[in-house]
Write a protein that binds this ligand. Sequence first.
Ligand SMILES: [Cu+2]
Length: 109
Amino acid sequence: MRLIRLLAALLLLSAASTFSAQAQTPSSQAAAKSGAALTSAEVVDIYPKDGKVLLKHGPIPNIGMGAMTMEFGLKDKKALTTFRKGDKVRIAADQVKGEYVVTHIETAK
Ligand SMILES: [Cu+2]
């Protein structure tokens, strides 16, 4: 009797995880394409010599990061002169060779 309950519980669990995996995949792909995956952030400081920015950012799920203030490298160094301290922005970030890099940055509307 115990074994049957255990099996039933396992079946329910695997059914639930299969369902959520199917439900999440298409929506996260759609989010990346539409740009909805961008994270809100604020430019706290800019370090032109180092090619880095200090950002106060919201959660960045693709690199498993919660909200915090930290330095990022920049894929496009032009951003060092385009943006100023205090700017509200939207970013995409990735981990490149162990360094966190902003791969996209735009002014928040
Ligand atoms: Cu961070």
